[in-house]
Design a protein around this ligand. Structure first.
Ligand code: GLU
Length: 280
């Protein structure tokens, strides 16, 4: 059985230990299975992605001892493909234009309450035409109601989890796309949403195993629905636990977690880092 996995960072900052753990997990799994390891640059969010971070990612991963197949797929080079996928969903009545802002959706919600999953429907054609003519911004949302109808329910949407979700979820998992509500597939500033590009690319690149942090476990539920709607295969998932810092909190870019370049500058060797992360 072929084994193809990938590391798919977004170039919105420098890689830190948590990324090294994730990249090494995928790389080692491919090596152990005699499979393939791909690197994919997920830079569709043009408001946050920067070319210098992409260059730094390649440099840091090489330093770590990783090797990947070339050419590296860069999502911003393929926006037309993702738009075509959204268009295909649109012609089937599965997406609709939503003019509501997050603020409008959250009206009445207390600050401490989680966002309510949004479920909407297309506006009447004349109202929509009017708003479009006024140049109002909108997002394309996936209609859960239409998706449910198209698939005859969500019961058949399952995926295999060989790792574990944050609550120990493992084995055959029943996907619950409804918990996310009608997700945004595209907006004005970010033309394509992450879920669609990931699902599209994993299928195109023949990814058989998605190995990534369990902060993305919930994403698998939505991605499973998109796979069904776009008639794409479902990979096996291996979500891993998140690396915790000395303070017991997860490493994250925004917390100024020590980056791989800082570790390198401080004289840490890639072998020492791999060892520290549990890879020998
Ligand atoms: N690009 C995503 C991130 O940086 C990861 C996507 C994935 O592994 O599915 O968090």
């Amino acid at each position: 059985m072929p084994f193809v996995t990938r590391f798919a960072p977004s170039p919105t900052g420098h890689l830190h230990r948590g990324h090294a753990y994730s990249a090494l997990s995928a790389f080692m799994a491919a090596r152990d299975a005699g499979g393939r390891f791909l690197l994919r640059i997920e830079d569709i969010d043009v408001t946050r992605s920067r070319p210098e971070y992409e260059a730094a990612i390649l440099e840091d991963l090489s330093w770590l001892g990783l090797a990947w197949e070339n050419p590296v797929r860069r999502q911003s080079d393929h926006l037309a493909d993702y738009h075509a996928a959204i268009e295909a969903l649109r012609t089937r009545g599965l997406v609709y234009r939503c003019f509501k802002t997050r603020k409008e959706i959250d009206i009445g919600r207390a600050p401490h309450e989680p966002s309510i999953p949004y479920a909407g429907s297309p506006l009447p054609p004349d109202e929509e035409a009017e708003r479009l003519a006024r140049g109002e911004a909108f997002a394309w949302r996936l209609s859960l109601a239409a998706a449910r109808e198209a698939l005859g329910g969500f019961e058949t949407l399952t995926f295999v989890e060989e790792g574990a979700g944050p609550n120990g979820e493992t084995g055959l998992i029943q996907a619950r796309p409804e918990t996310a509500g009608d997700i945004v597939l595209a907006r004005k500033d970010v033309g394509v949403a992450y879920h669609l590009a990931v699902v599209h690319d994993d299928a195109l690149q023949g990814v058989t195993h998605v190995i990534r942090g369990n902060d993305l476990f919930e994403a698998a539920h939505i991605q499973r629905l998109l796979q069904a709607l776009l008639d794409l295969p479902t990979p096996i998932y291996r979500h891993h636990g998140l690396l915790l810092g000395p303070d017991g909190k997860r490493y994250a870019k925004r917390d100024k977690a020590q980056t791989l370049r800082e570790l390198r500058a401080a004289g840490v060797s890639p072998e020492a880092l791999s060892y520290e992360l549990g890879f020998v």
